[in-house]
Ligand binder design. Structure first.
Ligand code: UD1
Length: 373
């Protein structure tokens, strides 16, 4: 009898959950694989965490570390300490992990990779190699550190492979596998469209915009946030807007006293963060998405929905080169011009990138099972 291979899958924050769901499902088909799901607790609100587990049928975490919010150093350190003790305990019980699987670029991703690699446990990074080349983004630091200590680097787009090879990673460790988040999107989009979300918010298909905003670079400075909210208020006179507000953004709006800018606009509706199905129901039928989210840049490309990205750069260049994305930076003029193109039907048509086909998780697990024999 062959002994079981033990993998720990780490998830911490909202964008991780739609990435682990298809990987876990694919792993269940391998009887020789024993899987532990570890939730760091970086996100803990029901609508940032529990709702995704429920809607995507992700089983209850085997271990919930309950780390919570904090400064970058504190959050990273707390996850590292908690994961280290869990990995050491497993080693001492004769249940050592074969490898640790991390996804994306949040603080939990980097912290788990660091803890595992210092214990000489191989690290698999899903969504490796993405680079914005903007080190003021916390995620860019997380990506650089995680990739530099990962043993198996699995990329969602060709730029990821090119970046990793240019950084000197051996070719045999780097693989283009496709996009696991799009696996989830493709398997859920029909069910999402059956939700009553549009009716609930009084919206008509293809006649509204979805806005999301949470990057520190956009929301943590009063002037920047105020300028964006002013543009959105103007835009909402042409097109109804639905704006699910991230807790970070809501607390900055309150702190800076900017509640009235959108509060007084009749065309813009600010709502609590949405679950996966409600969000996909809205984005899949939107006229346009205006966002600073990495995940939404990719999802809109897969859906063929125009995406005006409120960032000066992106680590996901394929969304602009092949997909429906355009980088707007913080230019109100450009945002209004591009919006005009969308409304007049002149905006570019995008295509779906190679291997964003709903089978990335299958490729990942097949590869993992061969690498870790
Ligand atoms: C984190 C990720 C970011 C990802 C985003 C998706 C990092 C560095 N950032 O950003 O890459 O795009 O998640 O949402 O890992 N809070 C709550 N409830 C929660 C969690 C957080 O209210 O369940 C509030 C807290 O006040 C917290 C703040 O949101 O301080 C920020 O949370 P944090 O996890 O540090 O970063 P995000 O901005 O959510």
């Amino acid at each position: 009898m062959t002994s079981k291979k033990r993998f720990a899958v780490i998830a911490g924050a909202r964008p991780n959950f739609m990435k682990i769901a298809p990987i876990m499902k694919a792993m269940e088909r391998y009887p020789e694989i024993d899987l532990s799901l570890i939730h760091t607790g970086q996100h803990y609100d029901k609508n940032l965490s529990d709702v995704f587990f429920h809607e995507l049928g992700i089983r209850k975490p085997d271990v919930a570390l309950g780390v919570g919010s904090g400064s970058h150093a504190k959050q990273t350190a707390d996850v590292m300490v908690a994961i280290e003790s869990l990995l050491v305990e497993a080693q001492q019980n004769g249940q050592a992990f074969t490898a640790v699987i991390v996804v994306g670029d949040v603080n939990s991703t980097m912290a788990a990779a660091l803890a595992a690699s210092k214990l000489h446990i191989p690290v698999v990074h899903v969504e490796a190699g993405l680079r914005s080349r903007d080190r003021s983004m916390p995620e860019e630091i997380n990506r650089l550190v995680t990739d530099s200590i990962s043993d198996l680097l699995l990329c969602s787009e060709p730029a990821g492979v090119e970046n990793l090879l240019a950084e000197g990673h051996p070719q045999q460790n780097v693989h283009l596998v496709g996009n696991v988040m799009i696996d989830t999107l493709l398997s859920e989009v029909a069910r999402a469209k059956e939700q009553k979300t549009l009716e609930e918010f009084g919206l008509e298909p293809k006649n509204y915009g979805v806005v999301t905003l949470h990057r520190p670079g956009n929301v943590d400075q009063r002037d920047t946030l105020e300028a964006i909210l002013q543009v959105l208020s103007r835009v909402s006179t042409q097109l109804p807007i639905i704006f699910p507000v991230h807790p970070r953004t809501q607390s900055r709006i309150n702190e800076f006293g900017l509640q009235d800018i959108l509060g007084n606009s009749t065309g813009c509706r600010m709502v609590e963060p949405l679950g996966y199905l409600d969000c996909l129901c809205l984005t899949s039928q939107a006229k346009v998405v205006v966002t600073d989210s990495g995940g939404l840049q990719e999802e809109t490309t897969a859906l063929g929905v125009p995406c005006l990205t409120l960032r000066p750069n992106t680590e996901r260049p394929i969304t602009c080169i092949e997909g429906t994305g355009t980088l707007i930076g913080s230019s109100a003029d450009l945002l209004e011009n591009k919006l005009e193109e969308v409304l007049s039907g002149k905006y570019k048509i995008g295509g779906c990138p190679m291997l964003w086909d709903g089978r990335a998780a299958e490729r990942i697990v097949s590869l993992i099972s061969k690498v870790f024999r």
